[in-house]
Design a protein around this ligand. Structure first.
Ligand code: LLP
Length: 449
């Protein structure tokens, strides 16, 4: 990951110092005409062959990131958070690399299991699980169900039935504030997820779960937020979770065997931005766990982590074709053939991406441009005030790195533009793994009436 020695060795002429590939997949290489190749396949060739917008997913990068996690956390379970991006190919890569899976709906669960993922290696989350979510989870034999609210206890127990037994965990809010922005901070009491450590809600729920013979409480879960780049909040949360495990042991004589610390591991979206240091996280969480458990006199539980973004985010690249360029006073608006329907993150979370011209070398000086989507919404801005070649024009190809997480999985049908195709690249070949949504799809879903 992040080693671009090979890429820098084949620098084309005209490349500038701002042309930084540090956040691109490790397989990215520069081509002599100014373009880029990923997984051995030129991006311009992918655009021509498969059309745009398209999402290119570097299978090698996904696999390498899974291995980095396995190596960093040899004594923990690493569960890929499917909400970041899910497809049958992704399910296979994650399974083959030895990870587990975190899902949060019957849809994600069914897709994973029908694609061959072992259900016992899957954890079902969800703020509010529907009857169907629970029915599918129990029918398919999901490994763990994470209880997010006390009202779920009786529902799950009833669905399990008198003779059954289901492994469950309880999601605890440890009172730690962390995360890239306020919509993804989930570690404090003022948000919708989990059961509070401070008001006794978590303890109360645990007591009730332990009273249900149909439920086997294997451990506790917390997820403090997303896009976190600092190790410290994880250590604070971990210490509090171990404290709660000790209290459960004291109150009930029950030793909980598992502790799932969730995901949220931050990555760089633009060159120079910080990312969470995984090796440091793994090492310091382990040390904190061992020390904390020794101090509290509880057995060290098996740790789990649930990374989504850090596995798939940097492995994805979005490809767009420029449709129009408008000069309005000082401003330059570059409109592309996708936008908020394939990437709602800028509009929803206020984040900005770093698009780059990829099909030709330009000798023009740079201009400051705002890259916008094609949608009927003024907030459909992909990247405000970014540097692009001054001769940017309709027909040019733009690529946006770090596009693999929470873009397609949050895509919408707005303006019936259709969700883009996902093209996997690996060792010099490109193939469709999710096909583009078509007019025929819209027609067949809408039954008229
Ligand atoms: N585990 C649980 C229980 C979660 O809720 C999440 C993410 C994860 C794991 C994985 O977090 P990650 O490692 O991917 O940060 N739409 C937002 C992100 C929402 C995250 C939701 N939960 C965004 O685009 O930034």
């Amino acid at each position: 990951m992040g080693d671009h020695t090979a890429a820098t060795a084949v620098l084309s002429e005209g490349h500038t110092s701002t042309d930084d590939l540090s956040i691109w997949p490790a397989s990215t290489t520069r081509l002599t005409h100014g373009g880029l190749a990923i997984g051995g396949v030129p991006l311009a060739e992918i655009a021509d062959r498969f059309g745009t917008p398209a999402y290119v997913l570097d299978e090698g990068e996904v696999r390498e990131r899974c291995r980095t996690y396995r190596d960093a956390f040899p004594e923990a379970d690493v569960l890929y958070a499917a909400k970041a991006f899910l497809s049958r190919a992704m399910v296979r890569w994650v399974r083959e690399e030895g990870l587990g899976l975190d899902v949060c709906s019957a849809g994600e669960l069914e897709l994973a299991v029908t694609a061959g993922f072992p259900p016992e290696r899957i954890v079902l989350h969800g703020k509010a699980k529907s009857a169907r979510d629970l029915e599918v989870a129990l029918r398919l034999g999901v490994g763990r169900i994470v209880i997010d609210s006390p009202s779920e206890i009786a529902r799950i127990a009833a669905a399990v039935g008198a003779d059954g037994r289901q492994k469950v965990m309880v999601r605890v809010v440890p009172g730690v504030s962390a995360g890239g922005h306020d919509k993804i901070r989930t570690g404090t009491d003022d948000q919708k997820f989990g059961l509070s450590l401070t008001d006794g809600g978590a303890q109360h729920t645990i007591t009730r779960v332990l009273g249900q013979p149909q439920l086997e409480l294997t451990g506790l879960h917390c997820h403090i937020g997303s896009q976190i780049t600092d190790v410290k909040p994880y250590l604070v949360a971990l210490r509090r979770m171990v404290g709660l495990m000790a209290r459960v042991r004291d109150a009930h004589g029950v030793v909980l065997a598992e502790l799932d610390m969730g995901g949220g591991h931050g990555i760089a979206y633009r060159p120079g931005e910080p990312a969470l240091d995984l090796t440091a996280l793994a090492r310091r969480m382990r040390a904190e766990l061992v020390e904390g458990c020794a101090a509290a006199g509880v057995a060290v539980p098996r740790l789990a982590v649930e990374p989504g973004r850090a596995i798939v985010g940097p492995a994805g690249v979005a490809l767009y074709r420029v449709l129009t360029v408008k000069h309005a006073g000082e401003k330059v608006f570059v409109a592309v053939d996708g936008g908020m329907s394939d990437n709602p993150r800028p509009a929803l979370c206020g984040v900005r991406c770093a698009p780059r011209l990829i099909d030709r070398a330009s000798t023009a000086g740079p201009c400051t441009a705002t890259v916008v989507g094609r949608h009927c919404e003024a907030g459909d801005v992909l990247a405000a005030e970014v540097e692009l070649p001054g001769d940017i024009r309709p027909g040019d190809l733009l690529a946006v790195p770090v596009a693999g997480a929470y873009q397609l999985s949050m895509a919408s049908g707005y303006n019936l533009v259709g969700r883009p195709a996902v093209i996997a690249v690996y060792e010099g070949t490109a193939r469709t793994v999710v096909r583009r949504e078509t007019l025929e799809d819209f027609r067949s879903q809408d039954v008229g009436g």
